[in-house]
Design a protein around this ligand. Structure first.
Ligand code: GAR
Length: 183
């Protein structure tokens, strides 16, 4: 059985859905203090806060090296990003590292609306259908090969919060199921 690591930066609701599905999660890592860490703590799972700097002075490659060391220390074979907001440098995706071993989910139908404000950007643009995309992670933001997508209707009354919550409802089903199949 492959050892799974989950990376998060936020409320951890996707991570909680993965825990419910009894996936073989062996490590939870966050890049900032957040609720996901508490969920891991409550579940008695090994969890690490690997804090990063924001803005100027962030050494992305050094951060990637530290994360890689953590994965190796815990014998991680597959990684699921679940609302993790840091991009790694190419060393993470080398053949002898985690090339095609890190998945990500993103709250839009990629390649539309990449980046940190995907749900807001979709509403501002006026799309009538959005959704989520699960894809392999690469060093390029939200651009790796797509594995699965599911659409969600945008309602005229939607706010960023209401649309994002309906997208997350889909992600909480789709992502754990896909991981289960892959594992
Ligand atoms: C999810 O909607 C996920 O697609 C998004 O963060 C949310 C995490 O929800 N990821 C990104 O925006 C990555 N660019 P959660 O914190 O409730 O698990």
């Amino acid at each position: 059985m492959v050892n799974l690591a989950v990376l998060a930066s936020g409320t951890g609701s996707l991570f909680a859905a993965m825990l419910e599905q009894k996936l073989p999660i062996r490590l939870m890592v966050t890049d900032r203090p957040c609720r996901a860490l508490e969920i891991a703590d409550e579940a008695g799972l090994p969890h690490v806060l690997l804090p990063r700097r924001f803005g100027k002075g962030f050494d992305r490659d050094a951060y990637t090296r530290e994360m890689l060391a953590l994965f190796r220390e815990h014998h991680i074979g597959l990684v699921a990003m679940a609302g993790f907001m840091t991009v790694f440098t190419p060393r993470m995706f080398a053949e002898d590292a985690y090339r095609l071993k890190i998945l990500n989910t993103h709250p839009s139908l990629l390649p539309s609306f990449k980046g940190d404000h995907a749900v807001k950007d979709a509403i501002v643009y006026g799309v009538k259908t959005s959704g989520c995309t699960i894809h392999w992670t690469t060093e390029e933001l939200d651009a790796g090969p797509i594995i699965a997508q599911e659409s969600v209707k945008v309602l005229p009354s939607d706010t960023v919060e209401s649309l994002h919550e309906r997208i997350k409802e889909v992600e909480r089903q789709l992502y754990p199921a896909l991981l289960k199949t892959l594992i």
